[in-house]
Design a protein around this ligand. Sequence first.
Ligand SMILES: [Zn+2]
Length: 301
Amino acid sequence: MTVPSFQRGSVQVYLGDKSGKYPDGNQVVVTGADRCVAFDMPLVARSLTGVFDGVDTVILGHVHEDHLAGLGQCPSVPVWVHEGDVEAARSWDGMKRHFGYAPDVLAAWHERMVRDFFYQPRPDALAYADGQAWDLGGGVRVRAHHTPGHTTGHCVLVVEPEGVAFIGDIDLTGFGPYYGDATSSLAQFRRTLKAVRDIDAQVWVTSHHRAVITDRDAFEIALQAFADKLDQRADKLLGMLQHEPCSLDALVAQRLVYPVGYEAAFVNDVERRMIEQHLHELIEAGQVRCVDASSGLFART
Ligand SMILES: [Zn+2]
């Protein structure tokens, strides 16, 4: 099968199905004079014949099932993960803490991860820190910029000197930012969305759907629209509290993030985690109050 691709200097991007729309993703391979590196290993990697023969290092921008699905293509190659996410790559116990869903949800999710994403822990995963650089030879270098929020260890991987930034799940999709896991953070995502604008780059590659953007104005417009989703969700939540106080359970049932009718094992846990963070932010801003601790009801001020 032929996979559409994009090339800029040492960087090759192989587009997943529907430009990497979840559950697929976009595959990046960077070739220097001495070394060859793959960023993430999405499902599309399983369709790429011969592409990974020379790859001697895998660098994960973050840990989620859809970014590990092709790791079987490189079974004996060192895998680097930011120190914030590395335990999630090393074991299922680490992954469970990373997601933080209820035990029955995690059991169902594990089954689906194995079936649909070929999930296997990598106990040998190596940890990197913010600012770590990999010299690939011939002047080609990869540098990690820690951009937490989606996960605690999410990083943007920048290829120098081409100025190609793999921005991963700062994916600029219409869904908006995802911060529904135990280690995700709305507050950190807000800071990251400001910081990513200042990373020196000329090309931006997302894991999903948007794929490759080569124009700074287009990138900034897409980034702003993506960031605006945070305030739109806060406004929607205020609207849900417009007429009467609501419990967290009632807000979860009404759905802030996913469409009503969208069903997956993790949806209620993710809704809860994301709504809780918005409630916390709105309470801090004085726009929402907890009616009283015993009732567990929230109301607009
Ligand atoms: Zn992700």
